[in-house]
Design a protein around this ligand. Structure first.
Ligand SMILES: [Zn+2]
Length: 168
């Protein structure tokens, strides 16, 4: 997978994103190409552009890249796109994989989005004890996740809790 380096508007390197993401950012006028891959082009129905090696954001974004995103229930639901980790249906609750009753922490790696039915069924048991299987493994949001989410909003209003940035 070819990765593109993303610079902030201030030219500070922020992160890398997939080539597909980089092209989308340029096409949506959220970034400009700073450096192209010599001789490599992307050709599709409505696109003919050089493959970007480095892009720079048009607008300065403040994202806590070197900081771990603080855990929150709302953040878990957003990370998992409101899909239940046990059945794939719409999730409105957060389940602790290792239950809190057994010492399971509030952390990105120990929590998943779950529908109310599955959360109730699992109760204070591990997936193994409850005979349930995780369809996806919980993960910690990466700096690239945070960057892409941050770019969709004009300012911090409406930004997920786990992306909220302390005032500088
Ligand atoms: Zn479910």
């Amino acid at each position: 997978m070819r990765e593109t380096l993303v610079l902030n508007a201030s030219f500070e390197p922020l992160s890398t994103v997939s080539l597909r993401r980089a092209v989308v950012l340029v096409m949506q006028d959220k970034a400009v190409v700073e450096q192209e891959h010599a001789g490599l082009r992307i050709r599709a129905a409505s696109i003919d552009m050089a493959v970007p090696q480095i892009i720079r954001l048009c607008r300065y974004v403040r994202v806590p890249f070197r900081q771990r995103a603080p855990w929150s229930r709302r953040g878990v639901l957003i990370r998992d796109r409101h899909r239940c980790a046990y059945c794939g249906r719409r999730a409105t609750t957060v389940d602790h994989v290792l239950p809190r009753a057994q010492g399971g922490p509030d952390s990105w790696l120990n929590t998943v989005a779950a529908c109310a039915d599955d959360n109730h069924r699992k109760a204070d048991r591990t997936p193994e004890e409850a005979g349930m299987r995780l369809l996806t493994q919980p993960f910690e949001p990466t700096p690239a996740d945070a960057l892409l989410l941050a770019l969709r909003v004009r300012d911090q209003t409406g930004m997920p809790d786990w992306l909220a940035v302390p005032a500088a």
